[in-house]
Write a protein that binds this ligand. Structure first.
Ligand SMILES: NC(=O)c1ccc[n+]([C@@H]2O[C@H](COP(=O)([O-])OP(=O)(O)OC[C@H]3O[C@@H](n4cnc5c(N)ncnc54)[C@H](OP(=O)(O)O)[C@@H]3O)[C@@H](O)[C@H]2O)c1
Length: 383
């Protein structure tokens, strides 16, 4: 049977990999809806290839431009029309692959209308994990299957396991492009340097986050919510080869690891199959164990990469603090990419804004949106 699918963030790195997956497995999925922000040319090509029913750009001017290119198609724009589609459509799976906290309301809407969300958009769980959990508990058919390779690995390690028997969840981190840099060398890192990742081909924001270890920090908070696990039971280990995607240790001292070559096709496929079956992925490079020279592991250095500690601390404080950290980081990374601030300023700004914020416990959606905007403004003005 075919599964109906909507992809949010269809023009991005995850969205494009998902489209490749659909091309490789014709007949498994029907692409019902697509959404992006401003990438008009890419959207036009996707529409002509896949003929989705719902075509959406968040940005109004870009939607008008797309309409002029595709006059016979209805083009929607803005948040409300996206929420309306997610609420009313018959589709079973939503791949949430837009970047940033803009994903929060669409993800909540998809869950509230009983969809399975294949979640790449980790910022949503970081900002408002408690609201996502609430939506899941109020809608028993709704589900989240993680797309992040680390959380997909943990999900796979935990299939059929008793969660009470988990000792620790161990997230692996590549360490990013500047793993061996001194603080002095980090002062001159350019946006172009930070947009290159040694193992993964990803969007700009997550690539910079990987290089500051903020991505791993966001993943720690994501793991806390996805697997109901205490922060003290979540460890991070740097593994530069990115072959082991993550691990779980159990109370009997055994450890389960999930391995593979670094390619997002596999975790996307696992999530679209709801973690219950696997598609044939011919394009996935097979792991040849005898050709692996070595697998290395090291402790993350929190002095050179303070964002990781900031995320652990924000997660433990909870309430509105993770939302503030995430929003500050989104703006700081945007400013770094625009050449306005240096690489080390990202974590410095994040720390200052989190320290300025008095955490609000159990924030509702309006509170989250308020503190998100507050932190963005602070980060835009920070010198
Ligand atoms: N890339 C990876 O390998 C990877 C791995 C694990 C998790 N993730 C997570 O997946 C998410 C997407 O990452 P990515 O690397 O695919 O990012 P990306 O390549 O930068 O793509 C981002 C997508 O989000 C859309 N978007 C941006 N701003 C938007 C807005 N305001 N409203 C609606 N859509 C918007 C973009 O549309 P336009 O093209 O129109 O701007 C694009 O389709 C992130 O949360 C990331 O942390 C990514």
């Amino acid at each position: 049977m075919q599964t109906n699918l909507t992809i949010l963030g269809v023009t991005g790195s995850i969205g494009s990999t998902c489209l490749d997956l659909l091309r490789q497995n014709p007949g498994e999925f029907v692409l019902k809806g697509i959404s992006a922000n401003t990438s008009v040319q890419k959207m036009a090509a996707i529409v002509l290839e896949f003929r989705p029913e719902f075509i959406h750009l968040m940005d109004e001017n870009s939607a008008l431009e797309l309409k002029s290119m595709l006059p016979e198609h209805k083009i929607e724009c803005g948040m409300l029309s996206l929420l309306d589609w997610l609420g009313r459509s018959e589709m079973e799976i939503v791949l949430a692959a837009m970047v940033g906290n803009v994903g929060l309301r669409p993800v909540l809407q998809a869950l509230n209308s009983g969809k399975t969300v294949a979640l790449a958009n980790k910022e949503t769980l970081v900002s408002a994990g408690h609201l996502v959990k609430e939506a899941l508990s109020q809608n028993p058919v709704a589900r989240i299957i993680p797309v992040d390779s680390e959380h997909s690995a943990i999900h796979q390690c935990l299939r059929g396991e008793n969660y009470n028997e988990i000792e620790n969840v161990i997230l692996t981190a590549s360490g990013g492009s500047f793993r061996t840099y001194s603080l002095e060398m980090m002062q001159t890192i350019s946006p172009a340097d930070a947009c290159k990742h040694p193992n993964w081909d990803m969007g700009a924001k997550i690539t910079v986050d990987s290089s500051t270890l903020m991505n791993k920090g966001l993943e720690v908070i994501e793991a806390h919510w996805l697997f109901d696990i205490d922060y003290d039971q979540i460890q991070v280990v740097v593994h530069p080869q990115s072959i082991i995607h993550s691990l779980v240790s159990f109370v009997d001292g055994t450890v389960m690891a999930q391995m593979g070559n670094p390619d997002m096709m596999a975790p996307i496929s696992y999530a679209l199959n709801r973690g219950t079956s696997r598609s044939m992925l011919k394009s996935m490079k097979r792991l040849e164990l005898t050709k692996l020279a070595r697998l290395d592991f090291e402790e993350p250095d929190l002095l050179r990469f303070p964002n990781l500690k900031l995320a652990y601390d924000a997660g433990k404080i909870g309430g509105s603090t993770p939302c503030v950290l995430n929003a500050s980081n989104e703006e700081a990374v945007a400013r770094f990419l625009a050449g306005q601030i240096g690489f080390l300023d990202i974590s410095r700004i994040n720390q200052r804004i989190v320290e300025k914020h008095a955490s609000v416990s159990n924030p509702g959606l309006d509170d989250i949106l308020f503190w998100d905007e507050w932190a963005r403004n602070q980060a835009r003005q920070a010198s």
